[in-house]
Each structure stands twice: as structure tokens, then as C-alpha cells.
Design a protein around this ligand. Structure first.
Ligand code: SF4
Length: 444
């Protein structure tokens, strides 16, 4: 394709059942966005919700190379509408890339997104939520302890900002959690390594008091893998105690989720007993050879086959719909070891989707962001081909339909114009009526 615009238009024409909103969103997530100073925030003093750096950097450059965006944070997300494709409202997580062909800047009638200098969408920024204007008693911000993403739907509790998979032989090859912690510390930003439970409860109390419309519906407990102990606890109890404290203080106020290793069944049962309702034992990449290369820590501590077996065991504890393992879409095409063609990559990923969905387990995915401090990001700054991402959306929807499954719970409303899930467009491609709202009522 001669231009990026031509690439998008070709894919929109060839995949008419994939909304144009999803095509553009995938390209923004894999390529990042440049921001003019007019589109940056005034951090915690302004009217726009700033990017919280809720777990990974999700940027295409290190902080020190972001220019003004390193001092005045970009917004957490953007909402796109209009433009030549008449976009319905599309929420996109912000990944900063000063070299991106996409740029947000001030136009005559407000902010706009342009591609290679031609306008393609109107842009709205998330308003500063009232709860971000209140600090904890010790001065820490709510954004630092309990940021919200997905336009306020999800409270993202990265209670452990480091992973005990450490170094090149253990860290997942696309993950910059440990690097991100170091760069924020080096820049002197507040960045709590282990969040005390009391601070989490205090931040949640502020959210609960000021989120009068109950936009926040779920929380995710997450962070690095625990291979030894943190605060004296192994992984299930380390993360589980937060859920226990939250559920005791705010029973049923939010849907509780945890992202953790695929743990033995007894540990998984403890998660459930602590009050967690959705479990994410992320399998990251399906192919056996690539899993061993890309996820050496997971291979070393658990092993691929055992990881998958534990996912199915967990389905017996939580119910299959409530075990939702993530994979990182696109990383299986990372050079030099990844699949060379989109066909091969889609065939492999589809095999994984089939394996889980045929057993009632519905995976979900995030779009790979090639962060520069990671081995695969450094070697693949362009990420995966856009066609891969569009064909994955197609394969995901087809497999879901083949097994008569609904989109996984806990991701907000489905469908173009409705979806709030911001780090992949899989919810934007679902039929608007495809979620059982009664299930959300019981969960939330
Ligand atoms: S398990 Fe892998 S993806 Fe998760 S925090 Fe550790 S290194 Fe990152």
C-alpha cells in the first residue's frame, strides 16, 4: 500500500463485517499517537484525566524521549468520532509515539486526529474524574494508587509494580513492567512498588464517595508474578488479601478480578474464597515453540502444558465464563523467531482460541505495543502487520459464534459506539446485543 490511509481503506473494504472503528483503533494501538502540546493535560491540576501508567509504559519511546509529553502527561484515553468513516464513539488507550503518522492537535472546532496530516476523526478527551481531585491522607494521589481506565469502568490496581520473573531468561519478552518501574523512579515520579492494602482501601473509598453515577464497575488486582514471597505471602494470598479487604469493606460494589500466574487448583479456590469473581491466568501466546521463547519465566516456573491444564482446572472453580486468559495479539509475528506470514500466525492463534472456546473458556486479547525497552519491541518497532489484527478480530468472532458463546463478562458494553475496552477492539466488533445484561447485574 502506498500510504497508511490506503492500507486502512483496503482493509475496511476487504473486511466489511469488521467495523471501520476497529480497524482504525487497532492501527492506533499498534502504532501509537503523537500529541501536540494543545492535546496534553495539565497533569493533576487540569480538567483532563492524565495517563496514569497503570502497569506497563505502553509507549513507543522511553519517557526521556517523549518531549513535552514527559512533563505534561497525555490523556489516559481518547474518544474518536466522525471523520471520513463517520466513526461511532471509539475509546482508544493512549500509547505515545512522537514518530507516529497519527497526531492529535487542535483544529478549528476542537481537537482532531490526523493521519499523515489529513484529519480523520474528532477527538474528545476524558474529563478529570472528581475522585482524582482528592488525595489520600499521606498525600498520595488516587491516580497513583487506584487509577481508572476504560473511560472510568475499570479500577486498575497494580498492587505489585515489579515482576519476580527477572532478567532476560525469565521476563516475558514483550513486557516492560520492571523497566517501567525503574524509569518512573529515575524520573522522580511517585510510583509505589507494593501498594499497602490500607492505601488501596482509602483510594477506593474516595472513588466510591465521588463516583456518583457508578461508572466504575470492576476492579482488577494485578502486578508481577510472585515466585517466592512478597510481604511474607505467596502469590494467591498476596493478591487474595486485597480482594478480601475490598469485599469486606465494599461488598459487591465492584466485580473483582485478578491477573496472576496459572496457579494450582487449591490456590485458585482461595482466590474465589477471597471474593474474586474473574480470573485471568494469561497464556500470552499459543504456539509451543514461541511460548518457550517469548515467555521463558512462565515456561520455567509452570510450563506451557501445565499452564493450560490449570486454566481448565480453574474453569471448574470459577465457571468457564469467568476464567478469561489473555494473550498478546501480534507478538507471535515478532522477528526474528515469530511466524513469517499472517496466515501462519492466524492459524496458530485460532488453534488456541478453538482449544479454549470449545471448552467454554473465552480468552481475550490486548494489542501488542512494541515497547522499546523490551527485546521484541526493540527489534520490531512497527509491531505486527495491521492485517493480522483485523483477521484476528474476524477469527475471534467466528470462533465465539461457532461455540455459541457470548463475549466475556466484565468488559463493559459491546458493539461499535458502545465499547469502552480500550487496549484492543475485540469488544468494538461484538454485536451490541451480545451480552446478557442480567449477568452484569449479578456480577456488578
Ligand atoms: S509474568 Fe510476564 S507479562 Fe506478567 S508482569 Fe511478569 S514478565 Fe510481565
Amino acid at each position: 500500500m502506498d500510504t497508511r490511509r490506503a492500507l486502512l481503506e483496503d482493509l475496511i473494504a476487504r473486511f466489511p463485517h469488521i467495523p471501520a472503528e476497529a480497524v482504525l483503533k487497532e492501527d492506533l494501538l499498534r502504532s501509537g499517537i503523537a500529541f501536540d502540546s494543545s492535546a496534553l493535560t495539565d497533569n493533576d491540576a487540569g480538567e483532563v484525566k492524565p495517563k496514569s501508567y497503570f502497569i506497563f509504559s505502553f509507549d513507543h519511546k522511553p519517557l526521556r524521549e517523549l518531549g513535552e509529553a514527559a512533563v505534561r502527561r497525555p490523556p489516559e484515553e481518547i474518544a474518536l468520532t466522525g471523520g471520513p468513516w463517520e466513526l461511532r464513539r471509539t475509546i482508544v488507550s493512549v500509547r505515545v509515539n512522537p514518530d507516529s503518522p497519527y497526531r492529535v492537535s487542535a483544529g478549528e472546532d476542537g481537537l482532531r486526529l490526523s493521519l499523515d496530516a489529513a484529519p480523520i476523526a474528532d477527538v474528545a478527551l476524558p474529563p478529570m474524574p472528581p475522585y482524582y481531585r482528592h488525595a489520600l491522607a499521606n498525600g498520595k494521589s488516587v491516580m497513583e494508587i487506584a487509577p481508572t481506565i476504560q473511560w472510568g469502568y475499570l479500577i486498575y490496581l497494580t498492587v505489585l509494580r515489579l515482576c519476580q520473573y527477572f532478567g532476560a531468561k525469565e521476563e516475558c519478552q514483550y513486557c516492560d513492567i520492571n523497566h517501567n518501574w525503574r524509569q518512573h523512579k529515575q524520573e522522580g515520579r511517585p510510583y509505589t512498588g507494593v501498594k499497602p492494602i490500607d492505601e488501596v482501601l482509602e483510594a477506593l473509598a474516595i472513588i466510591d464517595a465521588h463516583d456518583l453515577e457508578h461508572a466504575s464497575r470492576a476492579y482488577t488486582l494485578t502486578g508481577g508474578s510472585v515466585t517466592s514471597r512478597v510481604d511474607g505471602f505467596a502469590e494467591a494470598d498476596f493478591y487474595g488479601r486485597y480482594a478480601q479487604a475490598i469485599e469486606e469493606r465494599f461488598p459487591g460494589r465492584w466485580i473483582g478480578k485478578v491477573v496472576a500466574q496459572a496457579l494450582p487448583r487449591a490456590d485458585v479456590q482461595r482466590f474465589h474464597d477471597y471474593g474474586i469473581r474473574i480470573y485471568h491466568p494469561n497464556y500470552e501466546v499459543w504456539d509451543k515453540r514461541l511460548f518457550e521463547i517469548i515467555c521463558p519465566g512462565k515456561e520455567r516456573y509452570v510450563g506451557r502444558e501445565e499452564w493450560h491444564r490449570r486454566i481448565l482446572d480453574a474453569a471448574e472453580v470459577f465457571g468457564p465464563r469467568y476464567v478469561i486468559p489473555n494473550f498478546v495479539a501480534g507478538v507471535e509475528m515478532a522477528k526474528p523467531f515469530g511466524f513469517a506470514t499472517v496466515d501462519e500466525a492466524i492459524a496458530s492463534t485460532s488453534e488456541g482460541l478453538d482449544y479454549f472456546m470449545s471448552r467454554g473458556v473465552t480468552p481475550r486479547f490486548t494489542t501488542w505495543c512494541p515497547e522499546p525497552a523490551t527485546p521484541v519491541g526493540r527489534d520490531n518497532p512497527e509491531g505486527a502487520p495491521l492485517e493480522y489484527h483485523i483477521r484476528l478480530l474476524e477469527a475471534y468472532r467466528a470462533t465465539l459464534d461457532r461455540y455459541g458463546l457470548q463475549p466475556p463478562p466484565g468488559y463493559g458494553p459491546p458493539g461499535p459506539g458502545n465499547a469502552v475496552f480500550s487496549v484492543s477492539s475485540f469488544m468494538d466488533t461484538m454485536a451490541p446485543e451480545s451480552v446478557d445484561s442480567a449477568e452484569f447485574a449479578t456480577l456488578g
